[in-house]
Design a protein around this ligand. Structure first.
Ligand code: MZD
Ligand code: MN
Length: 358
């Protein structure tokens, strides 16, 4: 079977353990994301909190050499058939669990400098997403502007914002404006921000947790559509990464019904219907879901990208070609090209992909 080439909306870089230690003054570095390993577990600390305590087997399983070595990453990409990819943080995710604005501002800038020097500099196929503060809008706007100057094309946002800064709040308006004006997609990766990933323990816990982490991605869309944020900024594109895609049409139906049947309560009124806003400004990615392709072919929602989620267990590495053939061999080539490159190209600029094998 010929090699299928794909652009991927979702992957992760693993930061050096001493990134923040080297970049920040000691009084901040000691509260930046750091890791301790003992008795077969890895514990992640940030801003005085324990964020995760994983079995080493899980922590190590998501770290093939390409996770932190860009040269090996590019070799893996060629082998797997991934041309361009959005690169999200790993430990940088924990910056959005900080409560100290100065620490968040400095930690985000340090991550962005590292990602620009290491990932952007390595290849035009790699599109790292910059981190900004979510505690202070002025800091977020300043760092987005700085990141654009450093060559970033995207910003990563947490699926769950700080409790006092919900995404329907006006406090975010200057960030929505700059993201629209600079054509910078805001990329909300699931399992991040002020909601723990592990909610349920005991019977079925891991699958319950896996399902629970995709609900905040749906809340992001509901908040940004219903509050009018996306309606006020028609050029703003948001991307919910790693939550699948087939829920978008159902969410659009739900918002349409609520907007229409509860008209007497609706504010603000929108200039376009919720579905028009979602279908024109909300992008999603999936790894294995057959339902995602049906959202495109059967329900007309085409802002769908495939994502490898390299190097995570939830992704397709090292079996990407097998997954792509299973997903796309019997699919309309127009749908395949849309999901493997077209939607990606509306948000991100990478060199032209090799010609698909017929
Ligand atoms: C980025 C988020 C994704 C998730 C959360 C997990 C599985 C568990 O036996 P017991 O009673 O002690 O129960 C333990 C239990 C098995 C219930 C629990 O430990 O569910 N462990 C792994 O944390 N699942 C839902 S999935 O949150 C979206 C997908 C898996 C990788 C994930 C955890 C990654 C992400 C995302 O923020 C992170 C990061 C750097 O890589 C991994 C870990 C960390 C968090
Ligand atoms: Mn991911």
């Amino acid at each position: 079977m010929g090699k299928i080439w794909a652009n991927s909306g979702d992957s992760h870089a693993l930061e050096p353990l001493d990134l923040w230690e080297r970049a920040l003054p000691a009084r901040l570095a000691e509260r930046a994301p750091r890791v301790e390993r003992s008795d077969n577990r890895e514990t992640v600390y940030v801003d005085g909190q324990i964020m995760r305590r994983d079995p080493l087997s899980f922590a190590e399983a998501i770290r093939p050499p390409g996770a932190e070595d860009v040269t090996i990453r590019l070799t893996d990409l060629d082998d797997q058939g991934v041309w361009g990819e959005v690169v999200f943080p790993s430990r940088g995710f924990w910056i959005h669990n900080m409560t100290d604005p100065e620490l968040a501002r400095a930690s985000a800038a340090a991550y962005n400098d590292w990602a620009a020097d290491t990932i952007i500099a390595a290849s035009p196929r790699l599109v790292p997403a910059a981190i900004t503060s979510v505690l202070d809008t002025d800091d977020a706007v300043a760092e987005l502007a700085r990141a654009r100057d450093r060559g970033f094309q995207a910003v990563y946002m947490p699926a769950t914002p700080p409790p006092d800064r919900p995404y329907n709040s006006e406090v975010w308006e200057p960030l929505w404006s700059l993201a629209e004006q600079s054509r910078t997609p805001l990329c909300f990766h699931i399992g991040t921000g002020m909601m723990p990933q592990v909610i349920s323990r005991g019977p079925g816990g891991s699958v319950i947790n896996y399902v629970e982490t995709f609900f905040p991605g749906q809340r992001v869309v509901a908040h940004l559509v219903a509050s009018g944020a996306l309606d006020r900024h028609p050029g703003l594109r948001i991307f919910v990464a790693e939550a699948g895609a087939a829920w978008i049409p159902a969410l659009a139906d739900r918002m349409e019904e609520g907007y229409r049947q509860h008209d007497m309560f609706v504010r603000p009124k929108l200039s376009r219907s919720p579905r028009e806003i979602v279908y024109s400004q909300v992008y999603t990615s999936f790894q294995h879901d057959p339902s995602a392709l049906l959202a495109v072919s059967a329900l007309g929602y085409d802002k769908v990208m495939w994502g490898s989620d390299y190097p995570h267990l939830e992704g397709t590495f090292p079996n990407t070609q097998k997954v792509l053939h299973e997903l796309f061999d019997d699919v309309d080539p127009a749908v395949r090209d849309r999901v493997l490159g077209g939607a990606f190209a509306e948000l991100f600029d990478v060199p032209p992909m090799p010609v698909q094998a017929t």
